[in-house]
Design a protein around this ligand. Structure first.
Ligand code: PEP
Ligand code: MG
Length: 883
C-alpha cells in the first residue's frame, strides 16, 4: 500500500480530487505543486494511516517507516539539504489536514529539526542569531505541549519571569542571548517534567509529531467540532510534512492570508492582510496589526503603513498572478496562505473560501457573467436556506451581544421590542406605534392578532411546527420557540432567566434565525431583494420545473407572496380570518346556535365578511390559482376557555355565560388533532361549507367585475379519508354553484380538490381522484398521522431522537422520505393512474424545505406551497432539484 504522497519541485503524486485520502490541505498542496506553483516541497501521510493507527492500538503500518525515509530523502534533494545537517539543516512543519476543514481543532508543530547543533547552522544561514534562537524556543514549547503533553503556562510563566527580572516588556525587546537563555530554561522544564532530555534527534522529533497529530484527531475539541458539523469520525486526518519557510527571517520576509474576492461583500478584489518579518501565528495571535495587501485597500482603510503592494512590489505581482491562476483553476473564490522568505513567494495553502450569503450570491452571479462557471453551476452554488439571511432583517454581525437563552430557530429574522405577555395588549400597544415582542408559554389561534401586531414572538414551549412557529413563518415574523430556560409568570407579567428578571416593557432582541434571545436592543441590518439576488432568482425560475405557490390568507401575506415571486396561493387557511376584528362574534354565534336555522342566521352575517376577504385575495392574485380550504380546526378553538374569558365573551355577545360554558364543555376533546375537525365539520354542518362556497363564488364574480380578470378557483376539502366524504361535500358545493347560477345567471369556473393528510387517503387515492381534480399533500398532518407523533407535543421528545441519531432530522421540518414520502409517492401514482391530468401539490411546512423539495421533484409533484418568506428559497431549491 502507498501510505505517503510526495509533492514539490513542480510535480506531485496527489491531486485536488484526492481529498478523502490526502485531506483538504494535502490534496490542495499537491494540486498547487502539480500546477508548478511555488510550494515548499513535502509529503502527505494518508488518512488511511490514521484509520490504521486507531484500528491497531495506535501503531503504524509496517511499510510506513521505509516510505517516510524515502520521502525524506527526496525532500532533502529538492530542498538541497537534509535532516540534521549542520551547514543547512532541513526543517519541517508537521500539520494535520482532514477532508473537511476543522480550523484550529488539531495540532501543528513548526520548526521541527532544530536542536542544539542545527540552531547554530540556522543562525549562520539567516545571518541572524536572534531569529534562530527565537525559532528554537518556539519549537521547544510547541513540541513540549503538542507532543509531550506539557502545559503552556509552564513556559509562559518562565518567559514572563525572565522578562520581569531583566526589566523587559515586549518579546521584541529580547536579544539573541536572552532567547538562548530561554531555550535552556525551556529544555530544563521539559527534562524535569519528562525525566528525559529534550529530544535532539530530528527523526525522533518527527515520529513524535506525527503521532501527536494523529492522536489529536481524538482530542476533546476535535470530537465536539465533528459532532457540531456532522463530520464522521472514521474519516481520520492526514499528516502533512513540509519544508519550513520563514516569514520572519528579515524585512524582505513576510507572511499573510488573502482571498481572491472579498468574502463579506463578494467584490472582485484581492483581499487580505500580511505582516512583514513575522510567522503565521503572529497574524493569528493579533499581537501586531496586519497591513492590507493592496494599495487600494490601504487607502480605503486609511492606514499609513505600507501595503504589500508598496512594500514588496515584485512579490506582490507574483502573488496577484498566482491567486488569479488559482481562482481560475478551482473556478471558485480561494482563501490562501502564503509566506515570503527573503523576497521569495511560497504558497502554503489554498482552499475554497467561506463567505457571507450576500457575497455568495454576488460571486456566483459575477463568475457566471465572467464565463468562469455556467449559470446552472451558479444556481447550485447557493445554499437555498442562506437566502433567509437576505429576506429578513438580521443582527448586525459586528456588534457584541449577550445571549440570555436559546430555543428553536422557529421563524427567521431578528426583532427588537418591549416584552408583552398578552396578545390583546400587544395589539393595543402596537396600535400606538410601540414595538412589541409577544412572549407566551405557547400561542393559540386567538393570539393571531397579537402575533400580527408584534415584531416577533417568543414561546417557552412548542417545536418547529407549533402554532407559534407555523403562524410566525407564515407572517414572516421572527419567532424563537421552545425556550425552556425562560420561566414566564403571567401573574407577575415577567419572565426570569439565568437569575435575571425581565418585566413587561423591558427590551429584548430575538434572533429567529439562530434561535436566540438577547437582552436589550441590538443593531439590525435591512434586507435587499434587488441586484444579484434578482438575477439569480431569474436564472432559477428558468431552470425549475415545479411551480411555487404560497400559503397565505391575509392581504398582507398575499402581497408579500407575490413580491417574493409566488405563482398563486396553495393554501388559504380560512379559519385564520375568523379571528380578525369582530368576526369572531359571528363565528361564536354560529357555534352556539341550537339548530340549523340559528346556524344559518349566524352564517349569513359571516358571508359578506368572507366574501370581502376572498375578493381581495383574488384581486391580489390576478388570475393566478387560489386554493381556498374549507374550515379545518375544531370549533372549540373559537370558544373562550377560562371563566373570566367566558364571562367577558358572554357579556360582549349578550349571551348566557352558562350556555357558553356548556357548549365549550360539549365541544372539548381528548385528541382534538384526531377529533371533530376538517371534512367532519362539513359532514355534520354542511351549511358552513355552503356559506364558504357561496362566499368564494360571489367573491370571484365581484373580483372579475372589478378587474376584468377571472379568478382561478380551487376549493379544497381538508382531512378526508374516503371518496364518500369528499363526494358529500362536493355535492353541496355544486348545489351552491347551481343555486347561484339560477339567482344571477353567472357560473364561475371552479375546481374541487382535497388535502391528502391521512394515510388511508393515500392508499385510497385512486378512488378519491375520481372526484378530486387536485390533491394537496398536507404533510404536517400526514407526518403526525403516519408517525403517530403529535406535532404540538413532539417538542418534548423529538430532540432526544435527533440527538441520539434515531432520527436523522426532525420529520416536521424535513420529510421522512421512507415513511411519509412513500405514502406521498403511492398516492401520486394511484391518483395519476386514475386521473392522468390531476394536479398534485404540497402545502405542509415541508413545501419550504430544500431537502424535502428535492424529494417532491423526484415524485413529480406539480407545485410546492410554502409561507411567503420561504418562496424564494423554494424557487431556488426547486431549480437545484431539477438540475
Ligand atoms: C398540513 O397538515 O400539512 C396542512 C398544511 O394543514 P394544517 O397545517 O393547517 O393542518
Ligand atoms: Mg392539516
Amino acid at each position: 500500500t502507498k501510505w505517503v504522497y510526495n509533492f514539490g519541485g513542480g510535480a506531485a503524486e496527489g491531486a485536488a480530487a484526492m481529498k478523502n485520502l490526502l485531506g483538504g490541505k494535502g490534496a490542495n498542496l499537491a494540486e498547487m505543486a502539480g500546477l508548478g506553483l511555488p510550494v515548499p516541497p513535502g509529503f502527505t501521510i494518508t488518512t488511511e494511516v490514521c484509520s490504521h493507527f486507531y484500528a491497531n492500538g495506535k501503531t503504524y503500518p509496517a511499510e510506513l517507516g521505509a516510505q517516510i525515509d524515502a520521502a525524506l530523502e527526496r525532500l532533502g534533494e529538492l530542498a538541497g539539504h537534509s535532516f540534521g545537517e549542520s551547514k543547512w539543516p532541513l526543517l519541517v512543519s508537521v500539520r494535520s489536514g482532514a477532508r473537511a476543514s476543522m480550523p484550529g481543532m488539531m495540532d501543528t508543530v513548526l520548526n521541527l529539526g532544530l536542536n542544539d547543533k542545527t540552531v547554530g547552522a540556522l543562525a549562520a544561514i539567516a545571518g541572524n542569531e536572534r531569529f534562530a534562537y527565537d525559532s528554537y524556543r518556539r519549537f521547544v514549547e510547541m513540541y513540549a505541549t503538542v507532543v509531550l503533553g506539557l502545559e503552556h503556562h509552564a513556559f509562559e510563566d518562565a518567559l514572563e519571569h525572565y522578562k520581569e527580572k531583566k526589566g523587559l516588556s515586549l518579546d521584541t525587546d529580547l536579544s539573541a542571548d536572552d532567547w538562548r537563555f530561554i531555550v535552556d530554561t525551556f529544555k530544563t522544564i521539559v527534562e524535569k517534567a519528562t525525566a528525559r532530555p529534550f529530544p535532539q534527534e530530528p527523526r525522533e522529533q518527527l515520529w513524535g509529531a506525527i503521532g501527536a497529530v494523529f492522536s489529536s484527531w481524538m482530542n476533546h475539541r476535535a470530537i465536539i467540532y465533528r459532532q457540531l458539523h456532522n463530520i464522521p469520525e472514521d474519516w481520520g486526518t492526514a499528516v502533512n510534512v513540509q519544508a519550513m519557510v520563514f516569514g520572519n527571517m528579515d524585512d524582505n520576509s513576510a507572511t499573510g492570508v488573502a482571498f481572491t474576492r472579498n468574502p463579506s461583500t463578494g467584490v472582485r478584489e484581492l483581499y487580505g492582510e500580511f505582516l512583514i518579518n513575522a510567522q503565521g501565528e503572529d497574524v493569528v495571535a493579533g499581537i501586531r496589526t496586519p497591513q492590507p495587501i493592496t494599495e487600494a485597500a490601504r487607502r480605503a482603510g486609511g492606514s499609513t503603513r505600507p501595503s504589500m503592494e508598496a512594500a514588496l512590489p515584485d512579490v506582490f505581482e507574483e502573488f496577484r498572478h498566482v491567486s488569479a491562476l488559482l481562482e481560475k483553476h478551482y473556478r471558485d473564490m480561494q482563501d490562501m496562505e502564503f509566506t515570503v522568505e527573503r523576497g521569495k513567494l511560497w504558497m502554503l495553502q489554498t482552499r475554497t473560501g467561506k463567505r457571507t450569503a450576500p457575497a455568495a450570491l454576488k460571486i456566483a452571479v459575477d463568475m457566471a457573467n465572467e464565463g468562469l462557471i455556467t449559470r446552472d453551476e451558479a444556481i447550485l452554488r447557493i445554499d437555498p436556506l442562506s437566502l433567509d439571511q437576505l429576506l429578513h432583517p438580521t443582527i448586525d454581525p459586528d456588534v457584541k451581544t449577550t445571549i440570555l437563552a436559546s430555543g428553536l430557530p422557529a421563524s427567521p429574522g431578528a426583532a427588537v421590542g418591549e416584552i408583552v405577555f398578552d396578545a390583546a395588549e400587544a395589539e393595543a400597544l402596537a396600535a400606538q406605534g410601540r414595538k412589541i415582542i409577544l412572549v407566551r408559554v405557547e400561542t393559540s389561534p386567538e393570539d393571531i392578532g397579537g402575533m400580527h401586531a408584534a415584531e416577533g414572538i417568543l414561546t417557552t414551549r412548542g417545536g418547529m411546527t407549533s402554532h407559534a412557529a407555523v403562524v410566525a413563518r407564515g407572517m414572516g415574523k421572527p419567532c424563537v420557540s421552545g425556550v425552556g430556560a425562560i420561566r414566564v409568570s403571567y401573574e407577575d407579567q415577567s419572565f426570569s432567566v439565568a437569575g435575571r428578571r425581565f418585566a413587561k416593557g423591558d427590551l429584548v432582541t430575538i434572533d429567529g434565525s439562530a434561535g436566540r434571545v438577547i437582552a436589550g436592543a441590538v443593531k439590525m441590518r435591512q434586507p435587499e431583494l434587488t441586484g444579484e439576488f434578482a438575477v439569480l432568482m431569474e436564472w432559477a425560475d428558468k431552470a425549475r420545473r415545479m411551480r411555487v405557490r404560497a400559503n397565505a390568507e391575509t392581504p398582507a401575506d398575499a402581497r408579500a407572496a407575490r413580491r417574493f415571486g409566488a405563482e398563486g396561493v396553495g393554501l388559504a387557511r380560512t379559519e385564520h380570518m375568523f379571528f380578525e376584528d369582530d368576526r369572531i362574534v359571528a363565528v361564536r354565534e354560529m357555534i352556539l346556535a341550537d339548530d340549523v336555522e340559528g346556524r344559518r342566521a349566524a352564517l349569513a352575517k359571516l358571508l359578506p365578511i368572507q366574501r370581502g376577504d376572498f375578493q381581495e385575495l383574488f384581486e391580489i392574485m390576478a388570475g393566478l390559482p387560489v386554493t381556498i380550504r374549507l374550515l379545518d380546526p375544531p370549533l372549540h378553538e373559537f370558544l373562550p376557555h377560562t371563566e373570566s374569558e367566558i364571562a367577558e365573551v358572554a357579556e360582549a355577545m349578550g349571551a348566557d355565560p352558562a350556555k357558553l360554558r356548556q357548549r365549550a364543555k360539549e365541544l372539548s376533546e381528548f385528541n382534538p388533532m384526531l377529533g371533530f375537525r376538517g371534512v367532519r365539520l362539513a359532514v355534520a354542518f354542511p351549511e358552513i361549507a355552503e356559506m364558504q362556497a357561496r362566499a368564494i363564488f360571489e367573491a370571484a364574480i365581484a373580483s372579475a367585475a372589478q378587474t376584468g380578470v377571472p379568478a382561478t378557483i380551487e376549493i379544497m376539502v381538508p382531512l378526508v379519508f374516503s371518496k364518500a366524504e369528499l363526494d358529500f361535500v362536493a355535492a353541496r358545493i355544486d348545489a351552491t354553484a347551481k343555486a347561484l347560477e339560477q339567482e344571477t345567471g353567472l357560473s364561475p369556473k371552479y375546481h374541487i380538490g382535497t388535502m391528502i393528510e391521512l394515510p388511508r387517503a393515500c392508499l385510497r387515492a385512486a378512488e378519491i381522484a375520481e372526484t378530486a381534480e387536485f390533491f394537496s399533500f398536507g404533510t404536517n398532518d400526514l407526518t403526525q398521522t403516519a408517525l403517530g407523533v403529535s406535532r404540538d407535543d413532539a417538542g418534548s421528545f423529538l430532540g432526544a431522537y435527533t440527538q441520539k441519531g434515531i432520527l436523522a432530522a426532525d420529520p416536521f421540518v424535513t420529510i421522512d422520505q421512507q415513511g411519509v414520502g412513500e405514502l406521498v409517492r403511492i398516492a401520486a401514482e394511484r391518483a395519476r393512474a386514475q386521473r392522468p391530468a390531476i394536479k398534485l401539490g404540497i402545502c405542509g411546512e415541508h413545501g419550504g424545505d430544500p431537502a424535502s423539495i428535492a424529494f417532491f421533484e423526484s415524485v413529480g409533484l406539480d407545485y410546492v406551497s410554502c409561507s411567503p418568506y420561504r418562496v424564494p428559497i423554494a424557487r431556488l431549491a426547486a431549480a437545484q432539484a431539477a438540475l
